[in-house]
Design a protein around this ligand. Structure first.
Ligand code: R5P
Length: 286
């Protein structure tokens, strides 16, 4: 038997994993003390094998994950797998300035202390797997992003920076038609300001799908959409694996003239139309 234990941030995806036959669900409790501390618990958990599903989208979610790992051990689990659909702090995978932490390593070490295995879904840098002290694998959901796309006119799949080219190619391959292009991106570390340099690929009248791993503030994606619309593109779609969509990001995309925003359920947002459950189920079987 296997019991799936979701954190409060990852309940829909955990339900999809249960539907996919990965295990049965237990219902945790998520409480908060008057001083703000969280208390996640598993009052009905009774199994040897637990799969904790936790997108660590904020600091509370990190603590909830650590609490649930500890709670299932307290309740007798001998084998704990931790699935992290979205790894928070994954982009701070190096100390960019003197005195900074390698935050991804810090959280990975903490998560490793109470689990036997970790599965990440498309982290920002694959190298973060080395930061964990237990066997850690990657489930790739890139091939699923094209699912909602249909009837595109002479499509062009665009990576808003060189780091997203593979993702744009995989999405094009999954869609089955179209060309791939990418922009050069420079981001000022201190101000966060972004400068995008498009290539010369013709976009006038074509449907364009901009593909990135993360939409956080929406600066990168809305900048790309604006450039494409200025150049006379047809419909412009924004696709991402991890729809962080912080602050006014969703509005920025709308104001830039996006046709549709497509994201996965690694982070549960209104635009999370693609489920990564099949990719996680495959990775758990490996
Ligand atoms: C950066 O390398 C990532 O792939 C994304 O482009 C970035 O995280 C998006 O951030 P934002 O939405 O804040 O521009």
């Amino acid at each position: 038997m296997t019991t799936i234990v979701p954190t409060s941030t990852t309940q829909s995806l955990a339900a999809s994993l249960a539907t996919a036959g990965v295990g049965s669900l237990t219902v945790p409790t998520y409480d908060r003390f008057a001083d703000g501390e969280t208390l996640a618990a598993v009052p009905e958990f009774d199994d040897d094998h637990a799969i904790i599903v936790a997108s660590t989208v904020d600091n509370d979610a990190h603590v909830e994950l650590l609490q649930l790992q500890d709670a299932v051990r307290e309740a007798g689990a001998s084998d704990v797998t931790t699935v992290i659909p979205y790894l928070g702090y994954g982009r701070q995978d190096t100390a960019f300035k003197a005195g900074q932490p390698v935050s991804a390593r810090a959280v990975a070490r903490a998560i490793s202390t109470n689990t036997d295995r970790v599965v990440l879904v498309d982290p920002h840098e694959a190298g973060v797997t080395d930061f964990f002290d237990v066997p850690t694998t990657i489930a790739s959901a890139a091939g699923l992003l094209a699912e909602p796309l249909a009837d595109l006119d002479n499509p062009l799949f665009v990576a808003p920076d060189a780091g997203a080219i593979d993702l744009a190619e995989t999405t094009r391959d999954a869609y089955g038609d179209g060309a791939v292009d990418y922009f050069e991106k420079e981001r000022d570390y201190d101000t966060g300001e972004i400068e995008l340099t498009p290539s010369d690929a013709p976009v006038a009248g074509r449907d364009v799908v901009v593909v990135d791993d993360i939409i956080a503030t929406g600066g990168t994606m809305s900048g790309a959409i604006e450039v494409l619309n200025d150049r006379g593109a047809g419909r412009v779609y924004a696709c991402c694996l991890h729809p962080v969509l912080a602050g006014a990001a969703r509005t920025k995309l709308a104001a830039a003239g996006v046709e549709r925003v497509v994201g996965t359920d690694t982070i549960e947002r209104p635009i999370s139309d693609v489920s990564v459950a099949p990719a996680i189920a495959d990775a758990l079987d490996e």
